[in-house]
Design a protein around this ligand. Structure first.
Ligand SMILES: [Zn+2]
Length: 284
């Protein structure tokens, strides 16, 4: 039986080594610079934490070092602050010409990261080492503010619907509908004060916020009454409720409105929120 299996496995192996050869291509420049001595100088171009973060990584998490000439990496040193007292070294769990995987040691401190091969060393960017995440904690939804301080209000998979879900939409639609599963967390898009929290037959559970610049936002069809109260101060990214389909809603979605100062139902006018939504969405 094994006779039939082995020959089939061979082409896959051959392909794998071919891929390794192709990947090693750019490193030949270093070999030439070194007089073709047959060793590569390592070079670090990027650090990426297993959490997806590029700037920081918790202790115990896997860190990916990307670069060139990394196949012969023997150890990775987390240099920490000045001097060698707080240096911590770790052996890579995986290495290839372009990447090394290593677990951030428990005693590591924030500082540059260095790779050492048999013949050379390279020091890369500074890594912020943070405390190990509590295993029981649920991953917090990422709320990276955009340059205007805004945060995309739907914290989960979503889509922007069709033309009829847009502003105007041929029927005087004052906002934009963002579709997401019922129960998806909704956060305040901008910091401000809660001005309305009510139930209405068409809007369902809704909440309105007056931002610090006087403009207004409204969030409609929430699954349940908003988790903030009228008069509450909220910050961008703060959870205020969940996507639902209360009121006159065709499927689970957030109906989101942006109003000019002095805000929602306080004398302002509705404007198309889509450009802001897209900007916040792009920021994460
Ligand atoms: Zn709508």
């Amino acid at each position: 039986m094994t006779h039939t299996v082995r020959p089939r496995a061979l082409p896959a192996l051959a392909l794998a080594s071919l891929a390794a050869l192709l990947c090693a291509g750019p490193a030949s420049a270093h070999e030439t610079a070194n007089g073709g001595a047959g060793f590569e100088e390592p070079e670090l171009s990027a650090l990426t934490c297993g959490t997806g973060d590029e700037a920081s990584c918790p202790r115990g998490h896997v860190l990916r070092l990307s670069g060139e000439g990394l196949a012969q990496t023997r150890k990775v040193t987390f240099l920490g602050g000045r001097g060698s007292r707080d240096d911590r070294t770790a052996r890579p769990s995986e290495k290839s010409p372009h990447r090394v995987l290593v677990s951030v040691p428990s005693g590591a401190r924030s500082g540059p990261v260095r790779v050492t091969t048999a013949t050379a060393a390279a020091t890369g960017a500074r890594l912020r080492v943070v405390a190990a995440a509590k295993p029981a904690a649920a991953p917090a939804p990422s709320t990276t503010p955009a340059s205007d301080g805004g945060v995309f209000p739907v914290r989960g998979e979503h889509d922007y619907g069709t033309e009829t879900n847009g502003f105007g939409g041929g029927r005087g639609h004052d906002g934009h509908d963002v579709f997401a599963k019922c129960g998806t967390p909704i956060v305040a898009a901008l910091s401000g004060v809660v001005t309305f929290k009510k139930f209405q037959s068409r809007a369902g559970n809704y909440v309105a916020i007056k931002a610090d610049d006087g403009t207004g936002q409204a969030y409609m069809h929430l699954a349940a009454p908003a988790t903030v109260e009228k008069g509450d101060r909220v910050t961008a990214g703060q959870p205020i409720g969940e996507v639902g389909d209360t009121g006159r809603a065709n499927g689970c979605h957030l109906h989101f409105e942006l109003w000019t100062a002095p805000g929602w139902q306080e004398g302002g006018s509705p404007i198309d929120p889509l450009p802001a939504l897209k900007r916040w969405d792009a920021a994460g």
